[in-house]
Design a protein around this ligand. Structure first.
Ligand code: ZN
Length: 101
């Protein structure tokens, strides 16, 4: 069985079998998320990997799931950042329109 070498911020470098990992592939996103439990302290560890690394990991037997990122989430947003006043105005507008609280 082939071992995959990874580093966790908590405990350093490990070599784990493919079955110790889970990959979330974000189709249309900027990377894939690799998750595993640190064999030493048992903390959940996650790190972003590029899609080529993600494909390689899947070819090595890492289980995965794919989430399609909607087009709207990938659009560049313009304008200033939303402020707390914007949020409060939105809540007041929702109440004015009769939406449930
Ligand atoms: Zn650890």
């Amino acid at each position: 069985m082939e071992l995959i070498k990874v580093t966790s911020a908590c405990c350093g470098t490990h070599q784990l079998p493919a079955s110790a990992f889970f990959l979330t592939v974000y189709d249309g996103g900027n990377g894939d998320r690799l998750m595993f439990f640190c064999p030493r302290c048992k903390d959940e560890v996650g790190e972003w990997v590029n899609s080529l690394t993600g494909k390689t990991l899947v070819n090595l037997g890492v289980r995965s799931t794919t989430i399609v990122v909607p087009h709207e989430a990938r659009e560049r947003k313009g304008g200033p950042p939303i402020t707390i006043e914007d949020v409060l105005d939105f809540i007041v507008d929702m109440h004015t329109m009769g939406a449930p609280a």
